[in-house]
Write a protein that binds this ligand. Sequence first.
Ligand code: BGC
Length: 410
Amino acid sequence: MPYTSVMSFPKGFFWGAATASYQVEGGIENCDWAEAAREGRVPVCGAACEHYARYESDFDIAKSLGHNCHRLSVEWARIEPEEGKFDAKEIEHYRKVLMALRARGLEPFVTVWHFTLPLWFARTGGFERKDAPEIFARYCGHVARELGDLCAHFATMNEAMPFSSNGWRRGTWAPFKSWPGIEMALSGVPGSMPDMKKDTSFRNIYLYFRVIKNLIAAHNAAYREMKRAQPSLDVGLVHQVILFHDDGRLKHRVLAAVLNWHWTHYFMSRVAKQCDSIGVNYYLHKKFGDTRQYSKTDMNWDIYPEGIEEALVMLKRYGKPLYVSEAGIADEKDVNRASYIRELVYAMERARERGADLRGYMYWSLLDNYEWSHGFDKRFGLVAIDYATQTRTIRQSAYDYARLIKEKST
Ligand code: BGC
């Protein structure tokens, strides 16, 4: 029997969808991912969804679907194209974007950095650099000073753990560094990536931990800098929970606990004090000892929306307001998306009932977009994009989500 919910979300709960600059804007050539595409390591992003020019009509769609918030990121390589030099024109662009959201009654949630690095930073070592925390904090402080009057909610960074793990352990994302034998060791772990040219060495084990340490310091320094710029801002970060759980057998319980510690609590316990709120992204779970056959998304990930309940409860211990900053499904045929969203929302209600202070949900993603090393084939959007013509088509599931928002807001 599927769970049916009777409780409502409180007034003022945020409902919307999310995007990220590199994945939708188009025309960003001075970052590490664009360079990796030029080297033939990842698909070319090019014009993407041309959202840089089309943001107003895209926000019209979000508004028409009953959203009252929107999560986006600003592009570091646009704002700081050279070390220490900030581009006033690009700030002006993002000010217009934020004003366009506000004019439509969509509360902005801005992520200051979502994976892609300016070339000058990536080429000089990126987050391996000793002074990376100060460099990052300087950039975040600038964004807070320039945009903080138009946006109340900021996340310094998106998903430090997948960024480090894919970049310095699996080698499937820039800068493509991997550990010897890692694919075999992680073969049971969800979220495998396509095969690609990698730089494999034992030194990357050290670099992986160094990058995580630097990201922790970078967030903490950026938080202080942003609060100095605008003390009233809500500043947090976005963490992706992979839910490791088990069938109750002792060895599986221990395994799940160790992996949850490694993936979530090691990082979160070192940054949570410097967070006014926490964004939670949820896509993946791994249940040890589980023999159930799951239906799969187009990413070949288990369809397991109910896992978001435990993911949220897991973060309750940090005592901060929570936002689901991403959760969604790649589903080109749009056959599973509506029920996936509904099950997610029911599970969020159960998490709220269990004390998680959840304040909003942003579906990933508003638009089909560039899915990193998979390119444009994987379609997460509430809105389908025809990349040849840039035509937008609202999927049926987007209307179902709109109905659900209405149902849950009254
Ligand atoms: C990232 C997005 C990505 C999505 C789906 C999240 O980890 O923040 O950029 O597109 O997952 O893979």
